[in-house]
Design a protein around this ligand. Structure first.
Ligand code: SF4
Length: 344
């Protein structure tokens, strides 16, 4: 019989599975702690406070996943580290650790490859392979924690390879484990899910009752330009997307962040800023811009400092709350998918 992937179970599911094997109720807390504290147990043998007979039963019925590191690149500028991880079926994913003075963030992948083919994304040429399991998502955090034992992980962003809302159930399950005080204990408001604009996902997410941050990759207020940059816009065009975002903020009373990559000649003129301000008028939101991080093969380029200044100033004058995010790990090909590409 196939063994159960123990870290893909919710706490309640694990409780039921242990009960079915005759384990005392209090064993759940012990096993849960072993799985998620301090880099996580990689085998049942290390769970030395469990009786030998229970460890044997666990070994017979369950399986503990853990990725293997194939490569790592650390930025000498800011310490950002990108890990290339191999999963049990030999698929590879990237996970990024972003240490800062007052917080430590892990950027998670949610799929092997991605279907959405955003034209500026280094992951797009791979196409889609499969969804990550819940265990594989939380393993990314365990792995980073294991490799950086002195750093406490304070923030999570679902901004790596893959579209989180395309792997909705596993992503939500992983959020609940990350947020669990007896597992990772990462505050819901310190977790951000980023979508390229899957409207059904935004609607479902609004009903979850989670205090998690939502960010939407916008990149243009013009349907033609956005359809080129983010092709899912052809299916969920701006008017419908913004309407779904309004429903989300009304339902949750939470602010949405719109991610906006500034690309030379594509989306960051003064007119683009005015159009964006009109599109977002009255919406409870902020705009997070980031200057395009070069991927040589793509033919996109970084805008001039003057273009960026005018774009940001125009948004501010129009009453849009905007921040310009600093690009991290520039010396290590920090765009998602670039470590995988560099090994091809
Ligand atoms: S930007 Fe995100 S959604 Fe778009 S192709 Fe890349 S990984 Fe997929």
């Amino acid at each position: 019989m196939e063994k159960i992937d123990i870290k893909s179970l919710s706490r309640q599911e694990l409780e039921r599975a242990l009960e079915a094997r005759g384990a005392e109720t209090y064993r759940l807390a012990q096993i849960w702690r072993w799985l998620y504290k301090d880099g996580g147990a990689k085998s049942f043998d290390v769970m030395t406070d469990l009786p030998e007979s229970l460890r044997r039963k666990l070994k017979e019925g369950f399986h503990i996943t853990y990725p293997v590191m194939l490569d790592a690149k650390r930025s000498t500028i800011d310490g950002t580290t990108k890990y290339l991880l191999k999963l049990e079926d030999a698929s590879t994913i990237e996970t990024v650790f972003l240490p800062e003075a007052n917080r430590n963030t892990v950027c998670l992948s949610t799929q092997v490859g991605c279907k959405f083919a955003c034209s500026f994304c280094a992951s797009a040429p791979f196409g889609f392979v499969r969804h990550l399991k819940t265990s594989e998502i939380v393993d990314e955090v365990l792995f980073v924690k294991g490799h950086n034992p002195s750093a406490s992980i304070t923030n999570i962003v679902f901004m790596g390879i893959g579209e989180p809302f395309d792997n909705y159930d596993n992503v939500i399950k992983s959020i609940r484990v990350l947020n669990d005080p007896d597992a990772f204990n990462i505050g819901a408001r310190k977790i951000t899910v980023s979508t390229c604009g899957l409207i059904p996902g935004i609607r479902r997410f609004a009903e979850e009752g989670l205090q998690v941050e939502l960010s939407v990759s916008l990149h243009s207020a013009d349907d033609k330009v956005r359809s080129h940059l983010v092709p899912i816009n052809k299916r969920y065009p701006l008017r419908q997307l913004i309407a779904a975002c309004r429903e989300y903020t009304d339902r949750t009373n939470r602010v949405i962040t719109f991610e906006y990559v500034l690309i030379k000649g594509a989306n960051c003129s003064r007119e683009d800023a005015l159009k964006l301000a009109r599109l977002l008028k009255g919406l409870k939101c902020k705009v997070n811009t980031i200057i395009y991080n070069k991927i040589r093969a793509k033919g996109f380029a970084e805008p001039s400092k003057e273009d960026v200044k005018v774009f940001l100033a125009t948004l501010k004058e129009s009453g849009v709350h905007v921040t310009n995010r600093k690009s991290r790990g520039e010396d290590i090909d920090a765009g998602c998918g670039q470590l995988r590409i560099s090994r091809l």
